[in-house]
Write a protein that binds this ligand. Structure first.
Ligand code: SF4
Length: 294
């Protein structure tokens, strides 16, 4: 495209919250990485490398379209805005402002999304949504309820400090390759334990110290069982519980009904332990993420 930069400029990848440094490569027309705070070696994932491909994509919407029967017809912006104004006015008059819905985009800037929600509220509705509901609504709701905020509770740098990672139902080696390669993998190679809870084996499992192949739907019973073992064996951080946790008594009461050792239906296949030595000496009871679990 004629308005593309001819000189590389350092920018930040817009595709996910990791925030890798990327730059446009005028020779290839693709994105390449620069050594940013997160992608310290300048690496980027395939999504980031394709960041500019949508700019010239043949499916990209470059002009307003108005429905005409079964097809869409290109029109000028003036015509499109008149159509929208008329239709919105009619809907609000007939069914009220809450009959309107606005869908923002995670690929837009914060400012663009801010303007969209302002427009919705100016018209009298709070019906604003975007794809994050589909991707993250369960996480956001659960974290908001449990931690008070539906967002990551730590910095990426904190990951380097962990003694053990418990990854349940996720495959960061493929889904978040930059974080995995920059933070988790070096720590695991340095002795941090990685326990992977997933019915399937994937690239994350290959790096894991232990693989717990629960049947689909059994990750919550597993976590409840782990919580019960932690409490039963006195592995709790009492000052943390006192200062940070609410509702512990109710949770302990709930755990009384949780079965730890006699649940043969949990396993999708045989749990495995890699040959890598764990970062800390396994506890004598052997219950800590032992292959005998389940
Ligand atoms: S991980 Fe990939 S998609 Fe996310 S910011 Fe980095 S390059 Fe972009």
């Amino acid at each position: 495209m004629s308005n593309r930069p001819t000189q590389p400029r350092e920018s930040i990848c817009p595709y996910c919250g990791v925030g890798c440094g990327i730059t446009y490569n005028p020779d290839s027309g693709k994105a390449t990485g620069w050594k940013g705070p997160v992608n310290t070696r300048g690496e980027i994932c395939p999504k980031g490398a394709a960041a500019w491909e949508i700019v010239d994509h043949e499916d990209r919407l470059t002009t307003p379209l108005v429905r005409d029967g079964e097809t869409f017809v290109p029109v000028s912006w003036e015509t499109a805005l008149e159509e929208v104004t008329e239709a919105f006015s009619e809907i609000v008059e007939t069914d009220g402002p809450d009959a309107l819905g606005f869908f923002a985009s995670s690929n837009c800037t914060n400012e663009e999304n801010y303007v969209l929600q302002k427009l919705a509220r100016a018209l009298g509705t709070n019906n604003v949504d975007n794809c994050a509901r589909l991707c993250h609504s369960s996480t956001v709701a659960a974290m908001g309820e449990r931690f008070g905020a539906g967002a990551m509770t730590n910095t990426l740098d904190d990951l380097r400090e962990a003694d053990a990672y418990l990854v349940a139902g996720a495959n960061p080696a493929e889904q978040h390759p930059i974080i995995f390669r920059s933070y988790l993998l070096p720590a695991v190679r340095d002795g941090t334990e990685l326990i992977h809870v997933d019915p399937r084996e994937n690239d994350t499992t290959k790096a894991a110290t232990h693989h717990l192949p629960v049947k689909p739907g059994f990750d919550i019973p597993l976590l409840n069982a782990v919580a019960k073992v932690i409490l039963e064996e006195g592995l709790t951080d009492e000052s943390f519980l006192e200062t940070r946790v609410e509702g512990l008594d109710a949770f302990v009461e709930f755990l009384e009904g949780v079965v730890v050792d006699d649940t043969p239906g949990w396993r999708a296949s045989t749990p495995t332990t890699s040959g890598r030595p764990p970062a800390r000496t396994p506890r004598p009871t052997g219950r800590r993420f032992s292959p005998g679990w389940g």
